[in-house]
Design a protein around this ligand. Sequence first.
Ligand SMILES: Cc1ncc(COP(=O)(O)O)c(C=O)c1O
Length: 369
Amino acid sequence: MARRSVRRVRRPVREEKVAAPRTWRGVIEEYRSYLPVTTATPVITLREGGTPLLESRLGERYGIRLLVKYEATNPTASFKDRGMTVAVSKAAEAGARGVICGSTGNTAASAAAYAARAGMTCVLLIPADGVALGKLVQAIACGATLIRVQATFDGALDLARAAAARFGLTLVNSTNPHRIAGQRTAAFEVCDALGRAPQALALPVGNAGNITAYWAGFSDYQKAGRIRSRPQMIGVQAEGASPLVQGHPIERPRTVASAIRIGRPASWDGAVAAVRDSGGQFISVSDDEILAAQDDLAREGLFVEPASAASVAGVLKLVRAGKAPHEVVCVLTGHGLKDPEVVQSRAKLPPPVPATLEAIQSRLAPRSP
Ligand SMILES: Cc1ncc(COP(=O)(O)O)c(C=O)c1O
């Protein structure tokens, strides 16, 4: 009797031990053999990556399997941290004095954080208008030098390239190959979670570094024998900022999704190759479709910035046209808290009520017509 009751008490403890989660070490340590690092590389990390792959209820509603890769859980709340850990670690290895980038906000926030971690200076060239305040606040808090430039993102990037050469700083935009190398890890994680590649992967495309990186990641995993096939790549752009859909640069890109307000993608060729070689497509969506998808995602607890919702908006547009894949991973690139202006402008705070149950009840009661 006594022995049996002891066993009953012990069993859950043993199970807990087996299931104990391993601590995530950041993308460099998790995927070291796939990355351009050696034992001489100082690892500058905030333990980025290891983000969840979640089933979305939208899939059930629209009759497909729709998964989301929720990159908002990275340390600075966007996918940029995956590449930045590698770029800043390599800059530190090379003895760089500091880093510089042009940015629509998320690269800036990430560069500022990783440079601060490395003890380096960080210079950020930001378009004077239209960058979400939350991203700039992050960068300023991390001690970066922020310079607002009277230019679009494309102009800021041109200037950052020239300034890097003139002032001896390392450029950490996605034209830096170490950024792309690090961002490949998101593709590895998707495959590791599924045990294979998905049928399709959709993501918002701005400067086109991320779509280039995902495709390189899937290709490298296939070469390494980790997956058999690669997914169709679906690159989604906003209608007013859709150079890859239209096939030519856009002088004055316009969209509510400031992170993808880019008219001349630096990784144009990489994006075109990814879509062509995967049998995928570029597609554009309206700002209204982006904001509707942002609402849909928030209603299942996934608060993302407008640019991030473009991936889902694109897939839902394909569903409506009867052309959607039966299984797709949508990349949700960044957190909604960094760019809350649109949601804030539509959601007015209700007036306060007295601290009584009656007041609460009157708010909960259905209003009479
Ligand atoms: C939230 C978000 N989504 C998507 C993108 C587009 O990524 P890429 O410029 O690599 O195409 C960016 C780029 O800044 C971004 O910040």
